[in-house]
Design a protein around this ligand. Structure first.
Ligand SMILES: CC(C)(COP(=O)(O)OP(=O)(O)OC[C@H]1O[C@@H](n2cnc3c(N)ncnc32)[C@H](O)[C@@H]1OP(=O)(O)O)[C@@H](O)C(=O)NCCC(=O)NCCS
Length: 165
């Protein structure tokens, strides 16, 4: 597939019909797929025609959110596709009134820092994060744990936008 090829670039919520293409993109990006939720609720994809060229996932757990499975096909990297996908995941987190987001990364710490995530000591991770398969076994111990909190954003994640901090 070549960038700028067939079709319009569009962003949409993932559905189970996207699952095979999501697994393929994550696998080719060396990201875990073993624990991918069946229905892909709160996952978003970028598509060009029938080609899936980007994905991001948000898992809502115990009032928090785990950001995962961010990948963009190599031919489309560097065009802010990840940035757009992050915007959709953040909007979904806001709609769910999530107050803090966590993620584990071995490759993209700089990008996430750019979006307001900060390193967070693994031994300070809340129990719901420590219990995720990503934390327990799928991501290496050397993976950076990062946190994004409503306080850091300076506004509430509630749709009203009114601060409750
Ligand atoms: C990380 C990844 C999703 C970025 O996708 P992308 O669509 O190219 O990113 P964007 O174009 O939205 O760029 C976002 C920012 O990150 C920067 N960036 C993009 N790729 C980068 C890279 N490989 N290394 C460092 N910075 C990078 C961009 O310059 C941009 O910064 P800016 O806003 O200051 O210009 C993509 O490189 C990828 O799929 N990598 C392999 C899978 C991976 O590592 N995923 C993260 C797992 S947690």
């Amino acid at each position: 597939m070549t960038a700028g090829g067939q079709g319009r670039l569009e962003y949409l919520p993932a559905t189970p019909r996207h699952r095979a293409a999501v697994v393929a993109l994550l696998s080719s990006s060396a990201l875990p797929t073993e624990d991918l939720p069946a229905t892909l609720d709160h996952f978003f994809v970028a598509q060009v025609g029938d080609d899936l060229i980007g994905v991001i996932g948000l898992e809502l757990i115990d009032g928090g959110g785990l950001v995962r499975s961010l990948a963009v096909a190599p031919a489309w990297q560097g065009r802010k596709v990840a940035h757009q996908l992050w915007g959709l995941a953040l909007a979904a987190a806001r709609a769910a009134a999530v107050r803090e987001l966590f993620l584990l990364t071995t490759t993209a710490e700089r990008i996430f820092a750019h979006w307001g995530f900060a390193r967070w000591a693994r031994d300070r991770a809340p129990a719901w994060v420590r219990n995720t398969p990503e934390f327990r076994s799928l991501c290496p111990d050397t993976a950076a744990l990062m946190r994004w909190a409503v306080e850091a954003d300076g506004e509430s994640l509630r749709p009203s936008g009114r601060s409750t901090v």
